[in-house]
Design a protein around this ligand. Structure first.
Ligand code: BES
Ligand code: MN
Ligand code: ZN
Length: 487
């Protein structure tokens, strides 16, 4: 069931809903209700604050307490959501609180929310986003899906366009999650292309898909080579969101490996288990593009997705093979499990020819970034400091952690090859940097480019407030905020 988010002009003291959500800050002398909270407490003759004090509620971020109203307001229950101390980044706290409420209010069908009231600009959008993120479940393949109850959120006294913006961001993320969580037997490169075309069609923008013949004709040998070991042929997907008078033109490139077995350099069973999620970069790009029709930024966005499986079939690429990538640069393949960079190389070279002012790629590229930054922080690499800064600002706005990593020229020599222009892997250490240095080779001269390595953040092993286990949709909202900031 999709969660509906609507704006309502009703006051919290009148709104008919199954639960009313109010926020609380942590302060020296106990929890302080925000926005409309004190009015609700007054209607309850002080019992709300009394209850919070009695149970020692600290208003920690992510904590939710349910208090019965016993007829004082139409809603039978007030949910008080912790927002932490007042000094800290509040929109991210509001997003998280909304997500936590969506989780703990499974018994309620209609929720009235005042979480944004009294908060900074963007609070209503963050709340709408949070409810969608927290309520998300992937149940397509459950024969009797558990009913999470929550079907409608009324955001009380908010600006409709702000809420719509939050809904667009939230839905973009849940769309990305749906793609990531889909089993690889279903989501093959062909099916990913079909879903992409559907997204373009419903957003009213253009799309183009290269099949194997077209890939051969245009010289996308990186994509073809990685795809050769699979029974499901590869694709290259292009979507164009093009407003009438664009102020800028950018390209988004997403790694779309619908299953990564490692190829002949086969992964072990444990490391292969989660490899249906190796198309999470593609999912972030498609999720973001799905929201552009609603957000209408004045930016021409070219979305590019090289889509393939990485399998060890009889025609699979072999260590020692040399690839002539799109644009003519040759690379030497040594470990067939470093396949992502081979398909991205083609796509980056192609993107560089499209007259764009910036290219951002998103990829579950290296296990090394997971070692470096763990599961809650995306690695950011860039050849342009101001682009890196723009992305960092965007990710901060959206509560998605990123950390800039160095593109150290000192390591370039590790990629020298005896037989080709470049080797696709280097030594044992600094694996994420080496991968990024390889990608940089395929970006056109003087084009600002950034690479988001989401290998750690694309899926989560445990549920959090904002995401259940599985695909997180990481980077989707960062991309959207970055595009909106540009246009
Ligand atoms: N898809 C993997 C990276 C990955 C690892 C994503 C863990 C998510 C979680 C990528 O294709 C890969 O296998 N990279 C290799 C590169 C190595 C062979 C140089 C890796 O990181 O081990
Ligand atoms: Mn791999
Ligand atoms: Zn991979």
């Amino acid at each position: 069931m999709t969660l509906e988010i609507a704006v309502s002009e009703e006051s919290p003291l009148e709104a008919s809903c199954d639960a009313l959500v109010v926020g609380a800050h942590r302060s020296e002398d106990g929890p302080g209700l925000t926005g409309k909270g004190p009015a609700v407490d007054e209607a309850m003759e002080g019992r709300l604050v009394c209850h919070l004090e009695a149970i020692g509620f600290k208003a920690d971020p992510g904590k939710v307490v349910l208090v019965p109203t016993l007829g004082a307001v139409p809603a039978p229950v007030v949910a008080v959501a912790g927002l932490g101390s007042e000094a800290e980044a509040q929109t991210s706290r509001i997003r998280r609180a909304a997500a936590a409420c969506a989780r703990s209010l499974g018994h309620a069908t209609v929720v009235g929310s005042t979480l944004h009231s009294g908060g900074p600009e963007g609070s209503a959008a963050a709340a709408a986003e949070g409810y969608l993120l927290g309520a998300y479940r992937f149940t397509s393949h459950k024969t009797s899906p558990p009913d999470n109850g929550l079907s409608r959120v009324l955001v009380l006294h908010a600006q409709a366009d702000e809420v719509a913006r939050g809904v667009a961001y939230g839905s973009a993320t849940t769309l990305a999650r749906d793609l990531i969580n889909e089993p690889p037997s279903i989501l093959t490169p062909e099916v990913l292309a079909a879903r992409a075309v559907e997204i373009a069609t419903s957003g009213g923008f253009a799309s183009k898909v290269w099949d194997v013949d077209a890939l051969r004709e245009d010289g996308f040998e990186g994509i073809l080579t990685v795809g050769r070991g699979s029974a499901h042929p590869p694709r290259l997907i292009r979507l164009d969101y093009e407003p009438r008078e664009p102020k800028a033109k950018v390209a988004l490139v997403g790694k779309g490996v619908t299953f990564d077995s490692g190829g002949l350099s086969l992964k072990d069973a444990r490391n292969m288990e989660t490899m249906k999620t190796d198309m999470s970069g593609a999912a972030a790009v498609l999720g973001a593009m799905s929201a552009l029709a609603a957000l209408r930024p004045q930016v021409h966005v070219v979305g590019l997705i090289p889509a393939t499986e990485n399998m060890p079939g009889e025609n699979a690429m072999k260590p020692g093979d040399v690839i002539k990538h799109y644009g003519g640069t040759t690379s030497e393949v040594l470990n067939t499990d470093a396949e992502g960079r081979l398909i991205l190389a083609d796509a980056l070279a192609y993107a560089s020819e499209q007259g764009v002012e910036a290219i951002v790629d998103v990829a579950t590229l290296t296990g090394a970034i997971v070692v470096a930054l763990g599961g809650k922080c995306t690695g950011l690499f860039s050849n342009d400091d101001s682009l890196a800064q723009e992305l960092q600002i965007a990710s901060e706005e959206e509560g998605e952690r990123t950390w800039q990593m160095p593109l150290l020229d000192d390591y370039v020599s590790e990629l020298e090859s005896e037989v080709a222009d470049i080797k696709h892997i280097g030594g044992r250490y600094g694996g994420s940097i080496l991968a990024a240095l390889f990608l940089r080779k395929f970006v056109g001269k003087d084009i600002p480019w950034a690479h988001l390595d989401i290998a750690g953040t694309a899926r989560s092993d445990s549920a959090s407030d904002e995401s259940p286990k599985g695909g997180t949709g990481a980077a989707t909202r960062t991309l959207l905020a970055w595009i909106e900031d540009r246009g």
